[in-house]
Design a protein around this ligand. Structure first.
Ligand SMILES: [Zn+2]
Length: 409
């Protein structure tokens, strides 16, 4: 094959193939010349052009596979003398470390849909290499697209556990864009303050809605910074509180039933495998059957189920003035239920009732928070150990935010 043809096939700017070394069935090793007419070298250290070339060094860079073969390019890079006194290698825009930029792009695209291990297997690279390329590409994109923070009109803030124990990260979601726009290690007031401080005064004033779980730190931070925003303890977060209370009752009753040999059937119904039926929001035949039996076998769990469903009916009201008495009635019922987890929840919702009712002024679609939380869960399962939280934060942007390559095409 003529080198000219390979040069054309490669289609890299300023690159001419001059020789081929050891070309097997699986790989092509090509010696390339960087055209002379590209001007003075750009310093990789300071980013400026320097006229004096100090020396030249050899390097090898892997490019995208060509016709099923891995491609390695051998080229010379110039070194220049920087005014700071150091000698630095030149920066070539089509290269990314020891890979071509387009190759690094492909790896980064693949890691948006699969694990690093699988992406590595696909290209014949080990996990560590994929991790380094992916992290650097994501960081570059984050610098480009997420700084300064894209200001939201309607936002939702959430914390998720990212490791066993108590390691949390906080995510801010732009509800209109349906994407994470900012995130940070840890949770609480100081962390959310940090988000608001990345915005300008006028951007903060333009925030119309903040949805959150009603945690004290998030509330006080939002009240202070997002002065014009309606703060909402939204449907999604209330639903997760209800599910948690329901599950606490189930666990208590299951523990009791297990100790009682006459309660075998009940224990079976309350077993954690059945839990999904109980927690399911939509009615189904199976759920109706389980409920019927529970009504006969165990009052507390049945009551808890009803309280959970009763709450859902509050959201059928269109207006705050109608939802308000319904919420008051629910809180009363929960307090009288004799179920400790629901009593506790009733008090919490009483204290935060204004935020709960704000939902009826701004019906935020909580499906976004739910969708993003599920994606993050999947992301955690996909990665076998995010060594550093910074990488995990970037991956959240890649899978649930503005760094997702699928947003661009
Ligand atoms: Zn320089």
């Amino acid at each position: 094959m003529h080198f000219e043809t390979i040069t054309e096939l490669l289609n890299l700017p300023d690159i001419v193939v001059v020789d081929a070394l050891d070309c097997g069935d699986n790989h092509l090793h090509l010696v390339v010349d960087v055209a002379d007419n590209i001007g003075p070298p750009i310093c990789s250290w300071c980013g400026a052009e320097h006229t004096s070339v100090h020396s030249r060094g050899q390097m090898r860079a892997e490019d995208l596979p060509l016709l099923g073969r891995r491609v390695f390019l051998y080229l010379e890079k110039r070194k220049c003398r920087c005014p700071d006194g150091g000698i630095h290698v030149e920066h070539l825009t089509w290269l990314h470390g020891r890979y071509t930029r387009r190759f690094a792009e492909q790896i980064n695209r693949l890691t948006a849909i699969t694990t690093n291990t699988e992406a590595g297997w696909f290209f014949g690279l080990d996990d560590e290499v994929v991790y380094r390329i992916d992290r650097a590409m994501l960081q570059e994109k984050a610098d480009d697209l997420l700084a300064p923070t894209p200001a939201p009109r309607a936002m939702s803030v959430d914390e998720v556990a990212w490791k066993k124990g108590h390691s949390y990260v906080t995510n801010v979601v732009d509800i209109d864009k349906r994407a994470v726009i900012w995130n940070h290690d840890k949770h609480g007031k100081a962390v959310l303050d940090g988000f608001y401080e990345t915005l300008t005064e006028s951007e903060r004033a333009a925030i119309e809605v903040v949805a959150c779980d009603g945690a004290k730190g998030f509330l006080s931070s939002s009240r202070y910074y997002a002065k014009n925003a309606l703060i909402v303890l939204d449907h999604f977060h209330v639903k997760s509180y209800l599910s948690a209370a329901m599950d606490d009752v189930r666990k208590q009753e299951l523990a009791k039933a297990k100790k009682d040999s006459t309660q075998e059937e009940l224990a079976g119904l309350l077993h954690c495998k059945q839990r999904f039926i109980l927690l399911r929001n939509k009615p189904s035949r199976k759920k109706t059957q389980v409920l019927k039996r529970l009504e006969q076998l165990n009052e507390p769990v049945y009551k808890a189920m009803l309280l959970k469903e009763q709450f859902a009916t509050i959201y059928e009201y269109r207006q705050k003035k109608d939802a308000q008495p319904a919420l008051r009635a629910w809180i009363g019922d929960a307090l009288r239920s004799g179920l400790a987890p629901f009593k506790e929840l009733a008090m919490k919702l009483f204290r935060k009732r204004h935020y709960v009712l704000n939902f009826f002024e701004q019906r935020i679609t909580s499906a976004i928070s739910e969708g993003i939380n599920n994606k993050i869960k999947r992301l955690k399962r996909m990665a076998y150990g995010y060594r550093d939280v910074a990488y995990f934060l970037l991956k959240i942007h890649q899978h649930c935010g503005l760094l997702n390559p699928r947003r661009f095409n």
